[in-house]
Design a protein around this ligand. Sequence first.
Ligand SMILES: [Cu+2]
Length: 417
Amino acid sequence: MSPCQRMCVALPFLLLILVATPGVSVLAQTGGLPYTPVVTPNGATLPFRVVDGVKEFHLIVEEIQHELAPGMTIRAWGYNGRTPGPTIEAVEGDRVRVYVTNRLPKSTAVHWHGLILPSGMDGVQGLSQQGIAPGATFKYEFTLRQHGTQMYHSHGDEMVQIGLGAMGFFIIHPRRRETRIDRDYAIFVNEWAVHPGSSRPDPNVMTDFDLFTFNSRVFPGTAPLTARAGERVRIRFGNVGQETHPIHLHGHSFRVVGTDGGDLPVAAQWPETTVTIAPGQTRDIEFVAIEGDWALHCHRRHHPMNAMGHDIPNVLGVDQDGLEERIQTLLPGYMAMGETGMEEHAQHAGHMTGPDNTLPMMGGEGPFGAIGMGGMFTLLKVRGRADADQETEWYANPPGTVAEPAELPDYWRSRMP
Ligand SMILES: [Cu+2]
């Protein structure tokens, strides 16, 4: 048994002792917080202050310049300078007060999605409250009567305001957790229509989106998730977009451990390698991290792609010999591509120029060449103790564990058609 495996076996017992010992809580292990703080990759956590026992937050909804990846910035609407807005974290039983200041040119309201609260605090403009006029500040206050991965988003002219990025996580930790989470991540899945050469997301698009994001970033602009081998990792996914996103993690079998309704009892958790997050849902997954560099991506084939034009003719298998020169007399710089697939786009991305403020379909270099991905794609980088601080490097595969060119054995060669 490796030291790491021994640790994994011993850890639950240690935790049991800690949890079962009066006066000792998980509090002691997390620097004063009764939970492992959530990390929102490419995002932030909303600071709070405590006033007479109430956790007080301030959200400012406003127009922002948001970078999807180096080379492309959009004019979005977000909270406190970002989309998704900063993650709100609190604990079941907390009383929270959230001031919301509207710096949009239009009235808004903030809906606390999935929260159990008084009807008048639900944040639906016109139904539960007056709209927050431009320049005005409203106060929301309620007690958290549940735990789970919840969300907040605009509920005034939703199609436009959410379509431009007005969303964030509202994560409520349970008072006590039986199993410690070592790494806790939160990722919004979303899709955008930003037409080539423009910077304003088009909220009128219903189905034909061209950019697909994790926390409003596209690969290679997505921050990797990191962990040590053997650690228990939770990833929370949220979706207030238009599409479902089946998110697939390589190299692991995870358990779906929570929904918007809170943590699932152990007997109700189910193993998966892909979890689908529909609009309006959140899903939490957990797994024990295994060493390596692993892909985490949406499994809809167009979603790990950038600026995907869907109206192009299919030239797969079409002989384009001599075509390039002929078309270049009309369109200088034309390149005949797609005859054997799309992957050459990744190679051409470096020297071809597209419209301003538009990303190539895919990009990102791996240790063995171009990765050929964009959009909803990121990396889970897991390292053992020996490589503790090397998650910025590529994983050093142990000798003999990388697929490589090989001599085909006679047995198979003789049976080749
Ligand atoms: Cu997707």
